[in-house]
Design a protein around this ligand. Sequence first.
Ligand code: DON
Length: 555
Amino acid sequence: MNLRRFSVALVACLLALPVLGAGEKTAEHKNGVIVAVSEPGAEAGLAILKAGGNAVDAAITTAFALAVTHPAAGNIGGGGFMVVHPAKGKPTVIEYRETATAAATRTMFKKGDSPYTHKMVGTPGTVRGMALAHQKFGKLQWKSLVMPAVELAEKGYLLDKHHADSLNNILKSAKSPSELHRVFAKPEGAKWMPGDRHVQLDLAKTLRLIAEDGPDAFYKGKIADLIAAEMKAGGGLIAMDDLAKYQAIEREPIHGVYRGYDVYSPPPPCSGGTCLVMMLNVLEHYNLKKHDRYSPQTLHLMTETMRLTYADRARFLGDPAFTKIPDHLTTKRHADELVKRINLDKATRSEDVAKDIELTPEGESTTHFSVIDKDGMAVSNTYTLEHGFGSRIVVKGAGFLLNNEMMDFNWRPGITTRKGDIGTEPNTVAPGKKMLSSQTPTILAKDGKVFLVTGSPGGRTIINTVLNVVVNVVDYEMPIQKAVDAPRTHHQWFPDELKFEGVKQYPETVKALQGMGHRVSNSRQGDAHSIWINPKTGGYVGAADKRLSGKVAGY
Ligand code: DON
């Protein structure tokens, strides 16, 4: 099929798709499901499944489509992690995390540096990551997977309320005038409204180059020239050589077993898989169901587990090419040791867990999507620009945003303050090093068959959001939509504070937790677009997270 006809066919498919809004009753699908934060993003992936693509093909299309339709976090100028569970065979991870440039130095940042400068940009990984996933697993032609995004940028897509608000907010808060304003402002300068058509012609040109010339257009060709020129003009460090040398890496997932389910999630330079499996190993020592999901006992136990795990995260985790990561962390033996440190009646003080280290805050914008195809191949993908709209720097003439992922490094080696940065060695800046991530795209399987696909944005809360969803599904046997909607908890060791989405709903539990010594505060946490596979029927049930504006598309 030629490309134009393929595109027409895609549009025809899109119009016929059943797309469910967040919180609507979910259906059971047999052939494929994709759940993502933006409706056109989910639809584009589903059209690829319908056109004979597999879950990886659909994920690639959705990743490029979200770079157009969810610019706060969908990206080609950032990076992330993709977990692939083939229909048969071993799960794997495509790691496409951003990298510090060759010119980066250990002490290049100081406390108080703005997050929105050219120096905050890591060498982007998304385009190489998608190309590696395609090279390993792709069924359809690369070009046909990128073209739907070109069309969305060229012809525009209709804004929903969330995305109209999101553009209005960034236009108001970013320093003006800038390339960001030129690219994202509504032509007449008015506010974006739901139903407006958002066209991005520069981005369309960039994506067309990627579609036609492949990933080298981004890393060695015209787009690389534009990135290098942008860096030079703005005092950034990414040079042509950094781009040319960038590599996405296929890595073995972290594998754990939780109550008979295999758990697969990314390894370092991501902390997500390691920490998730550590926490599940601890929780496996207890019969969670003995107490209600929102009982003080259950929340206390989960909190203590989080606290201990996040302390180990800071102490041990970083890019494995630069730091030796101990192999005992995800063992059951290590969980036995952690369990001994948990007092079932009383909150431990984070001070007493590890007095010497404290963590810095992270941003709040990333996006996760989940895919499964008719053969049972599944993809769990989380990627990010770090902050919403990343560094807020749009590459001049190229129409896309660059990340500010350098924020994820520990900036000041050896300097750890009660309120400030962490200075632990494993995650300090070094040339060519990948900064530690909390992204936790995760797949659970039983007997080689996928059971749950999940993940979330939310900085360090991500790992705990995934933990909450897994516990809801596995221990409390909640239907997937309920498991996604249910209030979540987060504790990250420092600040010594339990964040709980259910503060208003469960006042008695909060009181009891306070009595045990927890400092409890209200929160909103994550955006976990997930898929559950009914083991009895083999049907696929998608659950969009209503916290933002997720959509389930299935057939
Ligand atoms: O990779 C990480 O852990 C962070 N850069 C993710 C940031 C994030 O999730 C912000 N989200 N809402």
